[in-house]
Write a protein that binds this ligand. Structure first.
Ligand code: DHB
Ligand code: MG
Length: 219
């Protein structure tokens, strides 16, 4: 196979078919997101299941998500926390939050999900801590702010997942002027340098192109 975006995507489809399967509630959430004109920037099915498995493996009962979009990853996380578990998810756009609310409720996990509408910088200071897993998937320019809050609202052992760390390999460009790349690099540098975190990152290719995810634990 030639390593093209098309072949990465086909292989990702194969993995999703083989390991994730079809899920009416998740597919309906994507359909609603698209119909509302939101961008196709939710995690891929294999990425959603990775979040779900990380939450289950770590025994997370309280999850914080920054960046709800249409609720696709939220549903994956809400399913992982079990009955009595909670997901707090922050969404800056009220219209997105309304679509997400409907999809999350339709998926049968509405009681577990608290959607907070507003910018992360405004909502995060209002939250009570104790989160076991934090998924950061919002404006990349605020990655360091979000990581700082993830550490403050977490506890030793809290799992942090930071999305979109690959960005088509542009992360190596020291002279980039792309604010998203700058924010990504600053987040990665913080994960490497700040003693509150122990972290690694994996590049991915697949349905979402060339990108990746950083994983950290709060020390
Ligand atoms: C972008 C944001 C995302 O969260 C993502 O998964 C892909 C792209 C973006 O803002 O470009
Ligand atoms: Mg993302």
């Amino acid at each position: 196979m030639e390593p093209t975006p098309e072949s990465w995507s086909k292989a990702d489809d194969y993995l999703a078919e083989t390991l994730v399967g079809h899920d009416p509630a998740l597919e309906a959430a994507l359909e609603a997101q698209r119909a509302a004109g939101m961008p196709d920037i939710e995690v891929a099915p294999v990425g959603g299941k990775l979040l779900h498995l990380l939450a289950r493996i770590s025994g997370a009962r309280r999850v914080l998500e920054i960046g709800t979009l249409g609720g696709y990853s939220t549903i994956w996380l809400a399913r992982a926390v079990g009955e009595g578990g909670r997901v707090v998810t922050i969404e800056a756009e009220a219209d997105n939050a309304a679509i997400a609310r409907t999809s999350i409720d339709a998926a049968g996990v509405g009681e577990r999900v608290d959607i907070r509408i507003g910018r992360g910088e405004d909502v995060l200071p209002t939250l009570v801590g104790g989160f076991d897993l934090v998924f950061i998937d919002a404006d990349k320019e605020s990655n360091t702010l979000y990581l700082d809050w993830a550490a403050k609202l977490g506890h030793p052992g809290t799992v942090i997942v930071l999305d979109n760390i690959g960005r088509d390999g542009e992360i190596v460009d020291d002279d980039t002027t792309d604010s998203k790349v700058i924010g990504t690099r600053e987040g990665l540098r913080m994960l490497g340098e700040d003693p509150r975190f122990d972290a690694t990152a994996l590049q991915t290719v697949g349905a979402k192109g060339w990108d990746g995810v950083a994983l950290a634990v709060v020390v």
